[in-house]
Design a protein around this ligand. Sequence first.
Ligand code: NAI
Length: 450
Amino acid sequence: MTDRYAQAVNSGFTKTLAKKLGLPRPAILRRYRAGDPLTAGPVLVVADSASKSDADALSQVLLGWDVDVRRDAGDDVRWGAVVVVLTEAAEPTAVAEPLLAAGSALRRLAGSGRVVTVSRAPGESDAPALAATRQGVDAVVRSLGKELRGGATANGVVLVDDVEVGHPSVLATLRFFVSARSAYVDGQLLRVGPADTAAVAGAIGRDGRLEGQVAVVTGAARGIGTAIARTLARDGATVVCVDVPAAGEALAATANAIGGTTLQLDVTADDAGQRILDHARERHGRLDVVVHNAGITRDKLLANMKPAQWEPVVAVNLAAQLRINETLLGAGIEGLRIVSLASTSGIAGNKGQTNYGFSKAGVIGHTRATGRLLAATGGTANAVAPGFIETDMTARIPFTTREVARRLPSLAQGGQPVDVAEAIAFLASPEAAGVNGQVLRVCGQHLVGQ
Ligand code: NAI
C-alpha cells in the first residue's frame, strides 16, 4: 500500500509547499541494497575513559567492514553513524562526556543516520551507582530516537553478564543497527547474552550468511510473509513457503520467484508441526529456521466479542505456534532458530483487539519460555513486534485511523514488509545466537507502548 502523503511531501511543488507550511515530512528511509556501503557516511566512535579499549576493539571491527572510522567528533564530515561505547562506565558522571560529544555530531548526521549505544545490562549484584549508570542508557536511546530527524534512528546493544564486545552476537547486533537493514527499528535495545556461535567477525552480516540452511515461513502467500521468504532466500536460505490451500496460487508465485517449495497447510491443523518437519527433511534434508508469521485479526470491542472472533484469532496467532513448537522441540534439532510475529498491540494493547492483543502478548510470553528451552541445544526463540506496516491487513483500517497511525511513530510513517523481514533475517542468522527470548519492535518507535 502506498503512503501518498509521504510521497507528496518529498517531491516537486508539494515538497516546497509542505516545507513552507511546516507540515511533517516523513523521510525516505535508506534501505538495504546489495553493493551499497554499510553506512551512509563515516562512523564516529566515542567512549567514556574506562571503555576506550572496547571502543578501540569495535573501531577495528568497523574498519574490517570497510567503514571510515573516526574518533574525533570535531571532524567536519557528514556522519553515517555515531557509536557510543559505555561498556565500562561505572558512575553516572562518566557518561556525560561521550554522550555530549555524540550530541555535538548530530547536526551533521546523514539522512537515515544511526546512533548506536553499546552498554552493559544492570546485574543482580551491581552497586547502586553502577546499576543507575547502566539503566540510564535505556532512556537515552529512547529519548534520542524521539529527537532525531531525517529518518535517523537510535538503538542500543546491551551486553549481559560477562559478554565481551568482540562476541559475534554483539558484532552482529551492532552491524544490524548501523546498517540500512534496520531502517524502521528505532528506540530499541537488544540484549546479547553468552552463547556459542561459529561466526567469525569478517563474515557477520554478509549476504549468503544462510547458505545451506532451510527456513520455513508460515503465511508466506502475501504481505510480510512474502517479504520474509524473499529476504531469507536473498540471504542464501532454501525457503519452504507455507499458507492455507485457498492462497495456493499466490503461495506458488512466492515460492517460484525464490526457488523455494510450497506446503499448503492450515497452521491450526493438529499435525501441522509434523508436516512442516517432514516436508523440510524429505524435500531439503534439514530444518534450521522457522518463522511463525501467519496471523489474522477479528476486531471487536470485548462487549460485542463472540467466540467467532475470539477463537480463530487465538488459534491461528498463538495456539498453532505453541503446538508446532512442541513438535519441533521434541525433534531435538541442533541450533534451531524460531522467530515469531508478535505486535505492538500485544505490548500496549489496542481498542477492539483484546483477542489479538491476548494472542500477541501470548507470543511474547511463550517466546521467553521457548528461548530458555532451545538454549540447551544452541537454538534461539525471538519475537518481532511490528507496529504499523503497509500491508493488506492495515489497508483495511479506516482512512482517518490509518493516517493517524502512520504519523504517530518517531519516523512519522508506516514501515514496509521488508523492514520486518530484515529484522527476522538478522534474528535467524547463526551469529545472532546470543540474542534469545527477546522482542524486537519494528515500529519506527511508535508512540504506543514502551
Ligand atoms: P496478511 O493478512 O497480509 O497475511 C497473512 C498471511 O497469513 C496470509 O497469506 C494468510 O493466508 C496466512 N494465514 C492466515 N491464517 C492462516 C492459517 N491458519 N494457516 C496458514 N496461513 C494462514 O498479514 P500481514 O500484515 O502480512 O501480517 C503478517 C503477520 O504480522 C501477522 O502475524 C500479523 O499479526 C503480524 N503483524 C502485522 C502488522 C501490520 O501492520 N501489517 C502489525 C503487527 C503484526
